[in-house]
Design a binder for this molecule. Structure first.
Ligand SMILES: Nc1nc2c(ncn2[C@@H]2O[C@H](COP(=O)(O)OP(=O)(O)OP(=O)(O)O)[C@@H](O)[C@H]2O)c(=O)[nH]1
Length: 369
């Protein structure tokens, strides 16, 4: 990002990293460690504390001055207005030169937060969506207590399911057979819940800024898109669908070498969002559009809300196929595949085609499949 953009050219959107994880998982410890690294010096941090403001923010404040403290309350509900205000203040301060230019924002959520509303705040607000872009969700998981936490708290399951990276903390405490056994089960559960999220061991020194932050579409080192790393779809390639039966969460990658017409693609997304929005925990990918097949369109959404689509200059990794990672709650991947096939014109004997879905006045959007 340029530090001094010309007055005519708006600043490019600032990447936002959402740092989540259950109470006591080690978010603040990780954040402090990351912020101590010179690579993080141009980072603004927003922290949401639940209840009394504790030691956490003092610790963070000592290592970075670009901090706005959100008022007490849960970021997922009561203080979403505060999050909007804090993000607005931050860009205003940047535009007025009141703060040094920053090239990344990290939002630490409360341990009880469902991260999806935080993602929505960035994607849905008309002004914030122009100034910020969601880069990645980093979820901190306690290696000792993580399994029990997932069993007891739906928010913790959602935090893991939407993660781009999982940072494991407290692996240094895996010194007893019972803990090791629970950790083995935790690892399996994480692999099912978030198969495309790379796991990093904080105590083992793996959670470096480079490893943690290189989780979005744009590689911070090269500043260019890296689709294969972002989607990490090879992690799902073995059987195509990851099932996490107990939580009703499934992940899969929709892959297609057929281009889809631009209007068809809009309708495909509209139908998906309209009929199945709450079940789409996270959707991210690149799409081959028929009108400009050499320029992939990037989509990125959570539930019914999507970030404004962007178009890349070229396919960055030489793989010119549509690839979309879906994290679904209580929904079958086959529904999405059938809908997609209808819109790219792949006939299926037992399924309606595109005309039946869009031109039939009696069809309820998205439910015909
Ligand atoms: N042994 C060990 N302790 C850790 C590790 N990471 C964090 N802790 C400890 O775990 C406790 C909780 O860490 P925090 O960083 O405050 O956790 P948090 O997720 O920010 O907690 P909340 O703000 O309550 O949600 C602290 O006592 C940390 O010192 C780790 O990798 N190993």
């Amino acid at each position: 990002m340029s530090d001094s953009p010309s007055p005519r050219r708006p600043r490019p959107p600032v990447p936002v990293t959402v740092l989540t994880g259950f109470l006591g998982a080690g978010k603040t410890t990780l954040l402090n460690r990351l912020l101590a690294d010179p690579a993080m010096k141009n980072t603004a941090v927003l922290i949401n504390e639940f209840g009394d403001v504790g030691l956490d923010h003092l610790l963070v404040r000592t290592v970075d001055e670009g901090i706005v403290m959100l008022s007490s309350g849960c970021v997922c509900c009561s203080v979403r207005g505060d999050l909007v205000a804090a993000l607005e203040d931050l860009v205003r301060a940047l535009d007025n030169g009141r703060v040094d230019p920053f090239d990344r924002v990290v939002i630490e959520t409360t341990g009880l937060a469902d991260p999806i509303p935080v993602i929505h705040t960035i994607m849905a607000h008309p002004y914030l969506a122009m100034r910020y872009r969601l880069d990645a969700v980093i979820t901190v998981v306690d290696a000792v207590n993580g399994l029990a936490t997932l069993d007891g708290h739906a928010e913790a399951v959602r935090q893991v399911a939407v993660a781009d990276r999982i940072v494991l903390t407290k692996t240094d405490l895996l010194d007893r057979p019972d803990r090791l056994a629970a950790f083995a089960k935790l690892s399996e559960r994480l692999a099912r819940l978030a198969p495309t999220a790379i796991r990093l061991d904080a105590a083992g020194g793996e959670a470096t800024p480079a490893a943690v932050l290189a989780a979005g579409l744009i590689d911070p080192a090269t500043r260019s898109p890296d689709v294969a790393r972002w989607l990490n779809e090879t992690a799902l390639a073995a059987d195509g669908v990851s099932h996490s039966h107990d939580d009703g969460i499934k992940s899969f990658v929709l892959t297609s070498d057929r281009a889809i017409g631009s209007a068809s693609f809009d309708m495909f997304l509209e139908l998906l969002r309209g009929a199945h929005g709450p079940k789409l925990l996270r959707v991210k990918g690149v799409v081959k559009i028929a009108e400009f097949p050499d320029r992939p369109v990037v989509i990125h959404g959570a539930q019914h809300l999507f970030h404004p689509t962007t178009m890349l200059d070229a396919w960055p990794d030489g793989d010119a196929r549509t690839r979309i990672v879906f994290i679904l709650k209580d929904m079958e991947p086959a529904v999405i595949e059938a809908l997609h096939d209808a819109f790219v014109g792949i006939a299926r004997a037992d399924q309606p085609d595109r005309a039946a879905l869009t031109d039939n006045p009696l069809a309820i959007p998205g439910t015909a499949l």
